[in-house]
Structures are given as structure tokens and as C-alpha cells.
Design a protein around this ligand. Structure first.
Ligand code: NAD
Ligand code: ZN
Length: 347
């Protein structure tokens, strides 16, 4: 069992990472919740594997009810949000009763948003089951849904009361979903944890220790930037170019981030910010975990990315590695972007 704590100004919560924790949910939840009823929100795929287990492991202390929604990003929409609220109200949920997010990042984001808004806020516990949600999205308190063709555009900051992670659930995750999480996990190593990168070189099983090392990175940026005003931006490493190719070529998000990281490393090299050794190390780890490493020249995307992502001040913040396991925010003006774009490729 491994444990860490996210410490914020007005709240703190524990994250427990433990194999087979799914069999002792009430034991942990009892620490943060003393009322009688709990309400699980999950999707149809996760329900098939883990709902009975979760109910059983909660029933010694709680009366358990649940709402199941279809799996997938399409469930992060207003209609589904309304449906979940309606079902919970039909079940007469009260404002001091507990919601439980059992599933991947989609369930986590939607459940967190319901918890942030129903009765202006009710408590919730996260039980993330996908790799992405276990090593990343379940902590940090960003919740929300997609709307008006924009991802996560309606949302709120709402921290969970506790996060319970059972790495054993990853065994039922299909390969591509697993790799999707691996892209972001390798990113955490690249931007904030050299030790994690070293551990990954031997292609270990993703276990409690690896998840904890990855969560350390997320936790440390969340603690200094709870409301996403500055340092959390470091988590966007690989995303600026990643977003540009994700939809265009149909990559999964984590796969696009993998390629985006390589593009950002090349750009950082050209700006003399990123040391040469970074590319090979990250490239080899991505390969090891069967993530795509297709080569795209960042210069072909620079202009679009700049106009797409520049801020009101007309500058863009890129994230570069300044060494393995450390990233920096690097502000660029339009002139600098143009100069770099025009530079000979061999530079
Ligand atoms: N809030 C944040 O800070 C944050 C950060 C990153 C991503 N996100 C969000 O997370 C979402 C993506 O999360 P995701 O990749 O977990 O997607 P997801 O929730 O859609 O899960 C992926 C698929 O795996 C299935 N699944 C989950 N756990 C399983 C298990 N143990 N065994 C078998 N199948 C399982 C799900 O049913 C789903 O079909 C996106 O909507 C993204 O915006 C949020
Ligand atoms: Zn991402």
C-alpha cells in the first residue's frame, strides 16, 4: 500500500494506491464519510467488471445505489449530466450524501461536475480504473463536460474527499486505452520525475510504485497552482503539437501527446533550451511501450499552433524540457515564432 496526500489551501485529501483495494472500499471511505447511503456513478464497461465488486465491498457499512451511463467521451455532455442529476434526485440523494466516481477520466470528470453543482456541492470519492485516470485525471479537482464542440468548456474546480486506486483493475483495460495512459505517464516522467523515467527504461509492470511516482508530479503542480493559473501549464508538455495532429490523423490523445513531446523536444533543441540527450531517451521509452513515434516536423505546425493558442497579449507559452525530468514555460512572440519557422532545418 502506498499513500500520498494532496495539500491545498482550504482542503487536503488522501490518495491510497493499493492492489486489491477494491475489496476494502468501505474501510477507507469510512475515514471521510459517516452517513448511510452512497451513490456510485459508473459506465457500462466498468460496471460489467467492477460494479458488483464495489457494491459488495461497500455494503458492510453503507446502503449502495448506482447510476450507469454508456462509456466513452460522448457521455461528457449536457444531456448525460442532466440525466445523472435526474436519476440521483429520483433516488432522493441529499446534499450530505456521497457520490463515488467508479471508472475512467470520463466518469471522473462528469461525476466531479455533478458533485460540484448538485445542491451547489456534495462530497465525492474517486475510484479511477483506467491508467489515465489513476496516474493523472483523478487528482487535481478539474471537473467538467464538453459543450459547443469544445472539450471541458463547462466545468468547476471540485476536489474529491479521497481517491482510491487499485492498480489491479488495469488488467482488464484494453491495450490501446492502456497506451493512452502511458503517453501521459511518460510525460510526467519527462517534465518532473527523472527517477520515473529511469524506472520505465526496464519496461516494468505498471504497479503501485510507478503510479505513485507519476502522481507525485501531478500533485506537486496542483499544490502550487490549484486553479490552473500558471505552473499547471507544465502538464501541457507535448500537448501543443499533440492537439494539432490528434484530430487530423486520428490518434488517441495519449498517442498524440507522445508524438507531440518529440516535436517539442526538437523545437527546444533548435532554441538551445533542450539538451540533445532528451530525444533518444524519450523516444526509446515511447517505443518500449508501443506508442507511436512517427516523425512530424514541428515547423509545419508552428504557424497554426501560434494563431490557435496565442493569448490576449499575442504571445504563446511553449513547454520545453531543459533537462530530463524538468520542464520550463517559454514565452514566445510572433516574431520569434516566425524567425524559428524560417530557420534552416539543419539548425
Ligand atoms: N480532470 C482532469 O484533470 C483530466 C486530465 C486528463 C484527462 N481528463 C479527461 O479524461 C477523459 C479520458 O479518460 P480515460 O482515458 O480514462 O477515458 P474513459 O473514461 O473513456 O475510459 C476509457 C475506456 O476504458 C474503459 N475502462 C475504464 N477502466 C477500465 C478497466 N479497469 N477495465 C476495462 N475497461 C475500463 C471505459 O469504460 C472506457 O471505455 C477525457 O474526457 C479527458 O478530458 C481529465
Ligand atoms: Zn493530456
Amino acid at each position: 500500500m502506498r499513500e500520498l496526500e494532496v495539500r491545498l489551501k482550504n482542503s487536503s485529501y488522501r490518495i491510497i494506491v493499493e492492489n486489491y483495494l477494491m475489496d476494502k472500499l468501505s474501510f477507507y471511505i469510512n475515514d471521510v464519510y459517516k452517513n448511510k447511503r452512497v451513490f456510485i456513478l459508473t459506465d457500462d464497461v466498468v460496471a460489467k467488471y467492477y460494479l458488483d465488486k464495489a457494491i459488495k465491498s461497500l455494503s458492510d457499512k453503507y446502503v449502495v445505489d448506482y447510476v450507469i451511463i454508456p462509456h466513452g467521451e460522448n457521455s461528457k455532455v449536457l444531456e448525460r449530466y442532466a440525466y445523472v442529476c435526474e436519476e440521483l434526485l429520483k433516488k432522493d440523494i441529499r446534499r450530505n450524501e456521497l457520490l463515488i466516481a467508479l471508472g475512467g477520466g470520463v466518469i471522473g470528470d462528469l461525476c466531479g461536475f455533478v458533485a460540484a453543482t448538485l445542491y451547489r456541492g456534495i462530497p465525492y470519492v474517486g475510484i479511477p480504473t483506467s491508467l489515465l485516470s489513476q496516474m493523472d485525471s483523478s487528482i487535481g479537482g478539474k471537473t467538467g463536460i464538453d459543450f459547443y464542440n469544445r472539450k471541458n468548456i463547462l466545468g468547476a474546480f471540485k476536489q474529491p474527499s479521497m481517491v482510491l486506486i487499485d492498480p489491479n483493475t488495469l488488467k482488464t483495460l484494453d491495450n490501446r486505452e492502456f497506451n493512452n495512459g502511458m503517453g501521459e505517464l511518460i510525460k510526467h516522467g519527462a517534465i518532473g520525475n527523472k527517477k520515473l523515467l529511469d524506472m520505465l527504461k526496464d519496461k516494468p509492470q505498471i504497479d503501485e510504485d510507478i503510479i505513485v511516482e507519476s502522481l507525485f508530479v501531478k500533485k506537486s503542480v496542483v499544490e502550487i497552482d490549484e486553479f490552473d493559473l500558471k505552473e499547471r501549464m507544465l502538464l501541457n508538455f507535448g500537448h501543443t503539437f499533440g492537439h494539432a495532429i490528434e484530430l487530423k490523423y486520428g490518434y488517441k490523445h495519449g498517442e498524440a501527446v507522445a508524438i507531440g513531446m518529440l516535436m517539442a523536444i526538437k523545437m527546444g533543441e533548435d532554441l538551445n533550451v533542450t539538451p540533445k540527450e532528451c530525444y533518444d531517451v524519450i523516444f526509446n521509452i515511447l517505443k518500449l511501450y508501443e506508442l507511436p513515434t512517427d516523425e512530424y516536423n514541428y515547423k509545419d505546425y508552428l504557424k497554426d499552433v501560434f494563431y490557435d493558442k496565442k493569448n490576449i497579449a499575442g504571445t504563446i507559452n511553449f513547454i520545453f524540457l531543459n533537462k530530463l525530468g524538468n520542464a520550463i514555460i517559454y514565452k514566445m512572440t510572433e516574431e520569434e515564432v516566425k524567425r524559428l519557422e524560417g530557420k534552416n532545418n539543419s539548425n
